[in-house]
Design a protein around this ligand. Structure first.
Ligand code: GDP
Ligand code: MG
Length: 289
């Protein structure tokens, strides 16, 4: 039996959350074309006949500008500390020098595989030049090219990963898929829809807190608060005549129903909490600690 921890690192938008979901075959981590969607360390547990790999998706590496971002980078740090293997993910269409800078700054103790993602989005020549560039780097133990979105080479990647997973007993029960509670994923699914529906600063200055979660006989009743920083943002979240929040509720409910496999009644409220992203007490209340 092999069992160990594999953490995924990279700049925002490299495709880390997409990879976690593809490897697990389940949508655990929310994704979006906007940067900084992931705010937590999200563990996904993949259990096979003779192995258990605990993958950690992490927030993209950035220079923190406010407390929430500091918490996000702490989540990265904890993933560095207990990793048996690091996946250093770079999108084939992103700036390779910047990605290199980020990888070099991690001070990894664990071995690393450079994962070149989004190979569907570049030419063969471009891909070759990226491969040459990273294969010369000291942290590059192995390299693989994949498309997380199109499920390309992921079985090969898993094979490579397993070579670095130490022998040992499983850490989690065989049918566990994450260490996080259902209400965490519910809040995340609502947050994902906020990234889809609202523009500019709104997604970045918003968070979601799930309150009541009641399993009734025919459905699950969930209420959640959408936290924004300013009154003007509350008006935007609501939209004219409540049109936008209604859309948000409908979109989120569908995904939550798919995730928990039950009918859902979802109630959303909007609350203004000035500067919550820089307030220790609010950050703790909203699950960033
Ligand atoms: P993260 O910030 O690193 O977690 O990135 P996400 O997983 O949220 O993905 C960012 C964006 O890249 C999303 O729009 C994904 O659909 C897209 N993406 C991820 N993997 C691929 C891929 O293999 N090919 C292409 N073309 N897009 C991808
Ligand atoms: Mg992500």
């Amino acid at each position: 039996m092999r069992a160990g921890f594999v953490s995924i690192f990279g700049k925002p938008n490299a495709g880390k959350s997409t990879l976690l979901n593809a490897l697990l075959g389940e949508k655990l981590a929310i994704t979006s074309p906007k940067v900084q969607t992931t705010r937590h360390r999200i563990k996904g547990i993949l259990t096979g006949e003779d192995y258990q790999v605990i993958f950690s998706d992490t927030p993209g590496l950035i220079q923190p500008k406010y407390k929430l971002q500091e918490k996000m980078m702490q989540a990265v740090k904890s993933s560095i500390e207990d990793a048996d293997l690091a996946l250093l993910m770079v999108a084939a269409n992103e700036n390779k020098e910047e990605a290199d800078e980020v990888f070099s700054s991690l001070s990894l103790k664990a071995p690393a595989i450079v994962v070149i993602n989004k190979i569907d989005s570049v030419s063969k020549e471009k891909l070759e030049s990226i491969k040459d560039y990273f294969s010369a780097k000291p942290y590059c133990r192995e390299m693989i090219e994949v498309s997380a979105l199109h499920n390309k080479n992921l079985d090969l990647l898993l094979e490579q990963i397993l070579k670095y997973v130490p022998e040992g007993e499983a850490f989690f029960e065989g049918d566990d898929i994450s260490d996080l509670p259902t209400r965490f994923f519910v809040a995340e699914l609502i947050r994902e829809k906020i990234y889809e529906l609202y523009q500019q600063e709104i997604p970045y200055e918003t968070t979601v807190k799930v309150g009541a979660f009641e399993e009734k006989t025919t459905l699950t009743k969930i209420s959640a608060d959408i936290i924004v920083q300013r009154e003007s943002q509350k008006a935007i979240i609501l939209g004219e005549g409540g049109r936008m929040i209604k859309q948000l509720g409908t979109d989120a409910r569908k995904d939550i129903e798919a995730f928990i496999g039950r009918k859902v009644f979802l109630e959303l409220f909007v609350k203004v909490r000035p500067k919550w992203r820089d307030n220790e007490m609010f950050l703790k209340e909203y699950g960033y600690s």
